[in-house]
Ligand binder design. Structure first.
Ligand code: CP
Ligand code: NVA
Length: 309
């Protein structure tokens, strides 16, 4: 029997698999736009465990399962109280008896790891404090709609957070260059930097945002205080004040550079409305891609579809 595959970290997928998933996601997008049904996951159920709020993740996974003929169960923060009402391992063991896949948005990354260790079905990380691989895949799809991944320079302006980590790993795997511009003390985690090095990727750290974006193809940003860091909001607002993606910063970037954001955005903080609503911004395309690329992931992990062979 083949071992169960999971998407806990972006590094769980190879370059070939990432490109294969994007190929499949592009087909799914054409089918979806043309109203062609694909019900490969009929009678399959995805359990969606949420410890944090969500718009995009919930709607794209839930409607994605519906579109593939299956069903998704939303388990709200507080419903199952994973790790409190019962241990993570027991939640994984129980869910494995009923459903064909588990999607989890958790505070601690170790919760997603624990689910994957004890589940007999695929586990998909839908954001933990360490990673957000589904977002990185949606970005990869948005980039590939415009240019080849290999050689593309992604510059992340902001916090070395979960989204930055998965994008950094994505870059390492697919041959993109990654630079982060952040204040001292907000660099990516040592664990991810080490993983990136092991994948022969690089992460340049440039304190000056103007210098960082000078030869960017993609400029990315995210909120300064992530979910769970609300009490640090004021400190972070002060630390990141010169790391805003705005028109002035874009004057230092090449004209062809596109801008993205995982959303939700705090308009007027990490990004201005002028930039977010501009023609250069691909954040809403990326948000749409969450639907298509996650459907590809569901077909791959739950539906036995082969990708990247
Ligand atoms: N980008 C993202 O994951 O959005 P939600 O938090 O709304 O799911
Ligand atoms: N870094 C953000 C991403 C939200 C999609 C957070 O974790 O809150």
């Amino acid at each position: 029997m083949k071992p169960v595959r999971h998407l806990v970290s972006m590094s769980d997928f190879s370059k070939e698999e990432i490109n294969g998933l994007i190929d499949l996601a592009r087909k799914l997008r054409v089918e979806w736009r043309s109203g062609i049904p694909r019900h490969t996951l009929a009678s399959k159920t995805l359990a969606m465990v949420f410890e944090k709020p969500s718009l995009r993740t919930r709607v794209t996974f839930e409607s994605g399962m519906t579109q593939l003929g299956g069903h998704a169960i939303y388990l709200a923060p507080g419903d199952i109280q994973i790790g409190k009402r019962e241990p993570v391992a027991d939640v994984a063991r129980n869910l494995s008896r009923w459903v064909q896949g588990i999607m989890a948005r958790t505070h601690r990354h170790s919760t997603v790891v624990g689910l994957a260790e004890h589940a007999a079905v695929p586990v998909i990380n839908a954001l933990s404090d360490l990673e957000h691989p589904c977002q990185a895949l949606a970005l990869a799809m948005a980039i590939r709609d415009r240019r080849e991944l290999h050689g593309t320079h992604v510059v992340f302006v902001g916090d070395g957070n979960n989204v930055a980590h998965s994008i950094m790993l994505l870059c390492a795997i697919t041959g993109m260059r990654f630079t982060i511009s952040c204040p001292a003390g907000y660099e990516p985690s040592a664990v991810i930097l080490e993983k990136c090095g092991a994948l022969r990727g690089t992460c340049a750290i440039e304190r000056e945002p103007e210098a960082a974006v000078r030869d960017a193809d993609v400029i990315y940003t995210d909120v300064w205080a992530s979910m769970g860091q609300e009490e640090e909001t004021e400190t972070r607002r002060a630390a990141f004040s010169r790391y805003q993606v705005n028109e002035a910063l874009l004057r230092s970037a090449p004209e062809h550079a596109v801008i993205s954001h995982c959303l939700p955005a705090h308009r007027g903080e990490e990004i201005t409305s002028e930039v977010l609503d501009s023609a250069r911004c691909i954040a809403f395309d990326e948000a749409e891609n969450r639907l298509h690329v996650q459907k590809a992931v569901l077909l791959f992990l739950l539906g036995g579809e082969s990708v990247g062979d």
